[in-house]
Design a protein around this ligand. Structure first.
Ligand code: NDP
Length: 255
């Protein structure tokens, strides 16, 4: 085994990726598979394309349908993962949405939807996975998708619900990391800056033009630039990294 495989190889591990049908989840799922993990993708509309891409690259993957806000559906998906793969070692808790709207005009229904998917959904998935890992003595790694929006306020678009949800994810992560540390279950969060995905690429050009001067590297990130960060957090070699928020934002939050 090479030194890099020793440090970052995920052979024999099973990784759940929520929202792996497109965007960041798709690219990271393929990366985790290339590092050796078997991938179970959970989304509302399916991830056949991602499964096909992983299989084409010689990896193993399957897709399950569940809404992360539905506790019974998440429990059922995790049961299916245990039955099919025999373990659950890594969770990339990535599913999320964003709504841009002025708070004075926003509906409470929109606020609830964003908090429900981004914060409560991640809580439901992390709790169900943590329960399995603790019951089975699995030294697992849960990686919650946060955002730089959990630490700063984006401009010029207003997105209070999204920012609040991601700040919640960062502190939920610290809370679970402390609570489960003695079981050997690690919980960290990943906070990307602007990443070019379906979520952000459909953004009006004038908004992207306004972002560029605020990003010290003057470009959006690519989803591929998150793969290494997730593999690092997933691998046993990051065993002492726990409760951390790993910011990958082209230095945006330095300004
Ligand atoms: P996309 O919109 O491209 O993908 C989101 C994924 O989440 C889809 O696969 C979608 O699948 C899934 N999803 C959404 N809601 C649910 C739900 N209720 N249950 C299950 N799956 C769901 O987004 P990105 O790839 O851009 O974003 C992924 C994550 O990264 C999000 O948490 C986002 O907040 C975060 N992020 C994104 C940044 C960016 O600039 N793009 C920056 C920082 C963080 P389906 O519709 O089939 O359910």
């Amino acid at each position: 085994m090479s030194f890099l495989d020793e440090l970052f190889g995920l052979k024999g591990k099973t990784a759940l990726v929520t929202g792996g049908g497109r965007g960041i989840g798709q690219v990271v799922a393929i990366g985790l598979a290339k590092a050796g993990a078997e991938i179970a993708i959970v989304s509302r509309t399916g991830a056949d394309e991602t499964v096909g891409l992983i299989e084409k690259a010689g990896g193993k993957a399957y897709s399950l349908l569940a809404d992360v806000t539905d506790e019974a559906a998440v429990d059922s998906a995790l049961k299916q993962i245990l039955a099919r793969s025999g373990s659950l070692d890594i969770v990339f808790n990535n599913a999320g949405i964003c709504i841009h709207e002025d708070t004075l005009k926003a509906s409470i229904a929109d606020w609830r939807q964003v908090i429900d998917i981004n914060l409560t959904g991640e809580y439901i998935v992390a709790r169900a996975a943590g329960r399995i890992m603790i019951e089975k003595g699995i030294k697992g790694s849960i990686i919650n998708m946060a955002s730089m929006s959990g630490s700063i306020v984006n401009v010029p678009q207003w997105q209070a619900s999204y920012n609040a949800s991601k700040a919640g994810v960062i502190h939920l992560t610290r809370s679970l990391a402390a609570e489960w540390a003695l079981y050997g279950v690690r919980v960290n969060s990943l906070s990307p800056g602007y990443i070019a995905t379906p979520m952000s690429v459909d953004t009006p050009q004038e908004l992207k033009d306004a972002w560029m001067p605020l990003i010290p590297v003057h470009r959006m990130g690519n989803p591929e630039e998150l793969i290494g960060a997730v593999i690092y957090l997933a691998a046993d070699s990051s065993g002492y990294t726990n409760g951390s928020d790993l910011i990958v934002d082209g230095a945006y939050t330095c300004l």
